[in-house]
Structure formats: structure tokens, C-alpha cells
Design a protein around this ligand. Structure first.
Ligand SMILES: *Cc1c(COP(=O)(O)O)cnc(C)c1O
Length: 396
């Protein structure tokens, strides 16, 4: 072994030892995350690690991830376009399926134009750093999704966070900022809490202090508003100050994301959003599947009705139990447990009974607020929810 190899080996061992120590520390705090192996499509009843479960884990709120109509649309997309887009949108990856989907999405959320991104994470990174930079300021709710935080950091704008839904704190920040462009960024539905942001009041502040409002509707699109048109429809908001973003891998059941707004906004993102420009377009077959999904979202109100009934049933049946549900009217129903070990233990006991509910721990949620994130889907039945609530009452 040459001297060079030996030095390289030592360095590699040092890194491996450091990483192993960090992982052990995670274990001892109950923070080690493990992946389960899913061998069936994503739906209420799944086979995981070789066993059958009822799962309350997915963001597939409308039960579309395994819908045969979406799958058929994807197959016809393969027949027409093959599997890969083969290039980025600005080179030669922008197919007529992507184009048609953008038009359909814009019409659906009633905004002038929409732009597809490969993921919600990339959409947030792209839009925030295209709109804000040095000399600007980004204002963010503390419970926002990690992708919005990362986007703000990457943008190099001043990054100001305010306590969850604390509009007075946001107003003080807006009053005191020297920034030329101000961007307020917020989850429309908070992903680990399920509560809906006070969008009309946020918009009022933005108008008063000449700021723009980026709404991340990852959990509202398809679920809230008439025909699932999302949080803007839910509140009846139309404003040029709003930049709307939603993801397509949750209620829409497929993959991807889009940003919608004015013609000038979208055209400027085409020119400037780095996560749009420097990446391969998603396979056109996904756009085909999403066109089918959009029709189902628009036409099948029964899925949203079913969700509302299941949410009400869950809340009714858990009233007066040992653990309390956080206040939420959306399919995200977090059960506050507190300690990490306690949450893990409860999740494990449910799994023993064939019920999968993830324990969500810090740093995803604040210290001391570990919880079971129960998420409901139109694919669940009343009997599924009853099994969960009975198991929880018994575990207490
Ligand atoms: C899931 C999620 C994202 C990321 O979307 P992906 O398409 O999964 O990358 C962004 N924002 C919020 C609020 C989310 O819940």
C-alpha cells in the first residue's frame, strides 16, 4: 500500500467512525429513522415488511395513487412518448403533455399561467431564489415545510421567521425591514399540524407592507375548496400579490409540483428558476396521468365528502381519550403524545395490531411535541377508522 493510499484509508476510517458515533447518539435519543418496505401500491390496505396493515401514513388523501384510470393514462403516455423526457424543458424536454397539463392546472386554480416542476421541494427552491436575493427579505412561519426554509437560505435574502401564526410578530418584522422586495412564504396547510394558515389576514399584511405572498398548498390542493381547487378557492382569494404553489404527489396521487400566477411571474420563472432550468423534465407519462387525476379531482366530490366524514368520526371517537388531537379540519390529524420514546412505543403497539401510524419526532416537529401523524384518505372506510380509534383507546 502506498503512503498515499494509507493516508486516504485513515481519513476514510475517521469519517466512518465519526458517522457511526453520530448514528449511535441518534439511536440513544430515539431519533433513528427506519424505512419500511412497501410491496403493494399506496392505499389504505398495504403489505409492508411481509405483513398486511391498514395504513394511516400517506398523503394520498383522495386515494388516487393506485387509481386504475390514472394508471391507464400513464400507460397510454408511455405508448405515445416512451418513458423518459430526455432533456430539460428549455432544451427539448417540454412535451405537449407537459404543456397541456400546465394549461389545465392554471385553469383549475383560476390563475393566468402555471409552470410544472419535478418536485415540490424543487418548486420552492426555484421560486424563492428566483424572486428574492441579497437586499431582499423572506418572512416565514416557524412551522413551514423544510423545503421553504431551505429555499430561503439558498436565496441569500434576509431570512426572518415568526412564531406559528403570530401575525403581530410578522407585522413587526415587516415594519422594521429595510429590504426592497419582501416575500412572505407560508404553508397553506401545515404539514405536521394540519391547521390552515390565516391566508386572508396574511394577504392583508402583505398589501399593507408591500410584500408578496407565496402559498405552499401541498396539502390543500385537491382537498380544500370547491372541487378541490385548493386554499385560494377555500378562502375565495384572488390577488396579484399571491404566488401559488402546489404539489402533485399528494392528493393528486402522482408526482411533481407547479407554481401558478401572473404571466410575468411564470415567464420570469422560466428564465430564472434554477431548479426548473437545470434539471431533466419529468417523464411525459406522468403529465398524462396528472391530466387524468385532475379530472377525477374536479368531478368526484364524494372523495372529499368521505374525507370530511372520516375526520369527524376520528375526532368524535377520540374525544376524552388520554392523548388529544391537535385542532385540525384537514385529513392531517396529529395525536399529540409528547416524548419521543412514548410516541415510538405507541406507534409500535399499533403496528402490532396491524395499524400503521408514523411517529413524528424532532427535528421535524418541536422538542416535546412528538406525535402520531394520523392521515386519512378517501380510500379508508369507517370501519378502518373505528379499528384505529378502538386500538388507541385501549392503548391508553
Ligand atoms: C411534501 C411537501 C413539499 C415537497 O413536495 P414534494 O413534491 O414531495 O417534493 C413541499 N411543501 C410542503 C408543505 C409539503 O408538505
Amino acid at each position: 500500500m502506498s503512503l498515499h493510499d494509507e493516508v486516504a484509508n485513515k481519513a476514510a476510517n475517521k469519517l466512518a467512525n465519526e458517522l457511526a458515533a453520530e448514528l449511535e447518539a441518534r439511536d440513544s435519543q430515539g431519533l433513528r429513522r427506519r424505512r419500511r418496505l412497501l410491496t403493494t401500491p399506496q392505499r389504505a390496505r398495504v403489505n409492508v415488511d411481509g405483513r398486511e396493515y391498514i395504513a394511516f401514513c400517506s398523503n394520498d388523501y383522495l386515494g388516487l395513487a393506485a387509481d386504475p384510470r390514472l394508471a391507464a393514462a400513464a400507460k397510454s403516455g408511455i405508448d405515445r412518448y416512451g418513458v423518459g423526457a430526455g432533456a430539460s424543458h428549455l432544451i427539448l424536454g417540454h412535451s405537449s403533455a407537459h404543456h397541456e397539463l400546465e394549461a389545465a392546472l392554471a385553469a383549475f386554480v383560476r390563475l393566468p399561467r402555471a409552470l410544472l416542476f419535478s418536485t415540490g421541494y424543487m418548486a420552492n427552491m426555484g421560486v424563492v431564489s428566483a424572486l428574492a436575493g441579497r437586499g431582499d427579505a423572506v418572512f416565514a412561519d416557524r412551522l413551514n415545510h423544510a423545503s421553504l426554509n431551505d429555499a430561503a437560505l439558498v436565496s441569500r435574502a434576509a431570512f426572518k421567521r415568526y412564531a406559528h401564526n403570530d401575525l403581530a410578530a410578522l407585522e413587526r418584522l415587516l415594519q422594521n425591514t429595510p429590504a426592497s422586495r419582501r416575500l412572505v412564504i407560508v404553508d397553506a396547510v401545515f404539514s405536521m399540524d394540519g391547521d390552515i394558515a390565516p391566508v386572508p389576514a396574511l394577504l392583508e399584511l402583505c398589501i399593507r407592507y408591500d410584500a408578496y405572498l407565496l402559498i405552499d398548498d401541498a396539502h390543500g390542493f385537491g382537498v380544500l375548496g370547491a372541487q378541490g381547487r385548493g386554499t385560494l378557492a377555500h378562502f375565495g382569494i384572488t390577488s396579484e400579490r399571491v404566488i401559488y404553489m402546489a404539489t402533485l404527489g399528494k392528493a393528486a396521487g402522482v408526482s411533481g409540483a407547479f407554481v401558478a400566477g401572473s404571466e410575468a411571474l411564470i415567464e420570469s420563472l422560466v428564465q430564472n428558476a434554477r431548479t426548473y432550468i437545470y434539471t431533466t423534465a419529468t417523464p411525459p407519462l406522468l403529465a398524462q396521468a396528472l391530466l387524468a387525476s385532475l379530472q377525477v379531482i374536479e368531478q368526484e366530490d364524494w372523495r372529499r365528502d368521505r374525507l370530511r366524514e372520516l375526520v369527524a368520526q376520528l375526532q368524535r371517537e377520540l374525544t376524552g381519550g388520554l392523548w388529544r388531537l391537535l385542532p385540525s379540519d384537514t385529513p392531517i390529524q396529529p395525536l399529540l403524545v409528547g416524548g419521543n420514546a412514548e410516541a415510538l412505543d405507541l406507534s409500535a403497539r399499533l403496528a402490532d395490531q396491524g395499524l400503521l401510524v408514523p411517529a413524528i419526532r424532532p427535528p421535524t416537529v418541536p422538542q416535546g411535541t412528538a406525535r402520531l401523524r394520523i392521515s386519512l384518505s378517501a380510500d379508508h372506510s369507517a370501519a378502518d377508522v373505528k379499528r384505529l380509534t378502538a386500538a388507541l383507546l385501549q392503548a391508553a
